[in-house]
Design a protein around this ligand. Structure first.
Ligand SMILES: NC(=O)C1=CN([C@@H]2O[C@H](COP(=O)(O)OP(=O)(O)OC[C@H]3O[C@@H](n4cnc5c(N)ncnc54)[C@H](OP(=O)(O)O)[C@@H]3O)[C@@H](O)[C@H]2O)C=CC1
Ligand SMILES: Nc1c(N[C@@H]2O[C@H](COP(=O)(O)O)[C@@H](O)[C@H]2O)[nH]c(=O)[nH]c1=O
Length: 363
């Protein structure tokens, strides 16, 4: 498995959550001291990423300004400036300062063909259509990037956070309001799967600096596989019970088997259908079971519950989104798995997506 870079998101926002106003000029939210901290964060990063929207709106240089910080980088054997990274689907102007200023590598992630006009000014990498940010991190990791600073804007912050790809967040809150509904927001609507813990609070020249650390789990890879499991529920035949999807991966995160409720037999559960496809597979000893719903702990139609099947298969780790509500039984899957020493990760933020496939039930 490729080691992905550690991802720090940084943003300056108004009290009402805006990154900018609607005027053509860039809104300066940060104080001098705050810009100095952002400069230090750039200097500590191997690469700095902004979205195409920010390149167009702000024409950023994206360079470390302080000569001292640049000298320190050189003294540590690093290039004077971090690598610049952007992601686009529509392409960018090669005359933007992102490309023209600073003698450092520039990388553009884009769908095939979408950024061919930038090949003379940057390394252009196929990131899929739409660009896959997990792939972007894998590719940066393979290029030796260990620390990535993501400076926005709102579209990019939303993607990193909703895909569980951010490890840390630094928010600098300016003491004023923007008050314009059409101004760019720090983040948009979405489901935010990875809990954040506040680890730092500071008053910096009147700006409130809030620092958060993301929970170690679910990882970005977990979020991706769990969403795949949730999507599989759409394949379930009509049913009076839960519509569930399941994905089993090996220790490297590669898919071993998938399943959905009603697959093979109308009474089959998703985990059961997936497990039936890989019984005795040695990879199960290091596997993760992703299920949209907590594995069941009681069956009337089958001899073994999905919890028991997971235990019998020797699967050490389970990740699920929706804790089973007491529609049919009082579920104890999580409790039994944990009692048996299995690692269980619950991602309640994704529950609404699972419920969307289960509106036929009264939960
Ligand atoms: N206060 C602060 O700290 C900061 C403020 N800003 C402000 O933020 C605003 C820009 O934010 P925003 O317009 O959201 O732009 P972003 O910088 O967030 O870039 C969004 C763009 O990223 C590209 N993209 C590629 N793949 C995806 C994907 N899967 N999902 C979403 N986007 C993708 C798209 O480019 P394409 O259009 O090519 O398809 C999209 O338009 C500006 O007003 C800027 O001033 C920006 C950074 C920091
Ligand atoms: N306005 C604003 C920020 N804006 C962001 O700063 C970057 C441009 O910087 P540069 O490359 O040095 O010109 C770019 O990503 C831009 O959107 N950042 C902040 O910390 N605080 C702020 O108030």
């Amino acid at each position: 498995m490729i080691s992905r870079p550690h991802v720090l998101l940084s943003a300056a926002q108004s009290l009402d959550g805006f990154l900018d106003d609607t005027s053509p000029e860039r809104l300066v939210l940060s104080t001098e001291d705050d810009f100095a901290v952002v400069d230090r964060l750039r200097a500590e990063a191997d690469a700095v990423l902004v979205g195409a929207g920010t390149v167009r709106a702000d024409n950023p240089r994206l360079l470390v300004r302080s000569p001292e910080l640049r000298r320190n980088r050189l003294a540590q054997g690093k290039p004077e400036q971090p690598v610049k990274v952007t992601v686009t689907t529509r392409g960018l102007d090669p005359d933007a300062q992102f490309f023209t200023v600073g003698d450092t590598e520039k990388i553009v992630y884009a769908p095939p063909g979408a950024a061919d006009g930038l090949k003379h000014v940057a390394t252009v990498v196929d990131a899929g259509n739409p660009p896959d940010f997990g792939h972007v991190l894998d590719d940066l990791g393979a290029r030796g990037i260990r620390n990535l600073l993501v400076e926005g804007g709102g579209g990019i912050h939303t993607r990193f956070l909703t895909e569980g790809l951010a490890d840390e967040l630094r928010l600098a809150i300016a003491p004023f309001f923007v008050g314009q509904p059409d101004a760019p927001r720090f983040v948009g609507p979405g489901l935010y799967p990875r809990p954040l813990t506040l680890v730092g609070v500071q008053d910096l020249q009147g700006m409130a600096i809030l620092e958060y650390r993301a929970a170690a789990e679910p990882t970005g890879r977990d979020v991706r596989r769990l969403k795949e499991a949730i999507a599989l529920a759409a394949l379930c035949p009509p049913s009076h019970t839960f519509r569930v999807g399941a994905v089993i991966t090996d220790a490297e995160g590669e898919v071993v088997a998938t399943g959905h409720s009603g697959e093979g037999d109308p009474t089959n559960h998703a985990e059961e259908a997936a497990l039936a496809k890989c019984a005795g597979d040695p990879r199960l000893a290091g596997a993760t079971m992703y299920s949209s719903l907590e594995p069941c702990s009681h069956r009337s139609s089958h001899p073994r519950s999905c919890t028991q099947l997971v235990l019998d298969a020797g699967i050490p780790r389970v990740v699920f989104a929706w804790r089973e509500p007491p529609v049919f039984v009082d579920a104890r899957g999580t409790e039994l798995l944990r009692q048996a020493g299995r690692h269980v990760v619950e991602v309640p933020a994704l529950t609404p997506e699972v419920q969307r496939e289960n509106t036929h039930l009264d939960f």
